[in-house]
Design a protein around this ligand. Sequence first.
Ligand SMILES: [Zn+2]
Length: 294
Amino acid sequence: MTPLHTPDSPPDILYIMGTGRSGTTMMHVLLSSVPGVTGAGELSHCLQDALLDDRPCSCGTVASRCDVWLRVSRSVASVEPDIRTAAAWLRNLDWHTAFFRTLTGPPQTVLERYRQLNLAIFTSIAGSDRMVVDSSKYPSRALMLHHAFPGRIKTLCMTRHPSGLIASFQRANANEQKPKALLSAIAYILWMIVVLRIASLRLAASCLIVRYEDLVTDPRRTLTAIGRWSGLDLEPVATAIENQQSFAVGHLVTANRLRKLGRVTLTRDDTGPRGFASRLAGGFLGWIQRGVGL
Ligand SMILES: [Zn+2]
């Protein structure tokens, strides 16, 4: 399919930032099910996971045989012939260590290269669709995309109560996500509270904060609010959830347990953490998170 998008007319981007295990992939799957919207997971990882490591795609084949990743591979090679260098360069700008540098925006030459590389990824994934969903999660990438594509990016900030996060971090997901020790979970959650709050303030009206708990307890109301903010018609998605229908996960290559399922349904998980210290930490972090308005 011939892409309709050009450097002057890129697709709109709906970026999902948030803490790991806060429902970002599920949200990605729900939004990508809307006609005219497409997504391929955590795009900050796609050069490494799809193009270099040739990981299995959730469509059932390896990335080098998947139509979507073949398109991305050709498109990226036209602007960045050395994919390995480009993947490392992108990590250096998108991931957590870059956060405070990305707040003010990088130099113009860096920004232009960033724009060209991401445009190659977004346009090849979009095809003729008008919007691309990217669930990379990093607040740094939200800010970089905001600098590179002013006016074309909306950021959904997903949060979840730290008790639910800690409970989720205590569980292993077969070969995908290892359990996190309590101290590293606390450090990670604290870091995310700080950077998500700063990024959401910086992004102002182009950012909408959505709580995981609201999505699973009242999907229709939550999706209606997201629809109003994004301009997407999410009524059919809400109806499908109420009818307990499943959603295709599409073309995901980055580690996530949903990637292996093919189709997923929205289910509620309100298990609390095991152990007194974990429950105490969850309560305390929850108090901080609410205190800063997340
Ligand atoms: Zn695929």
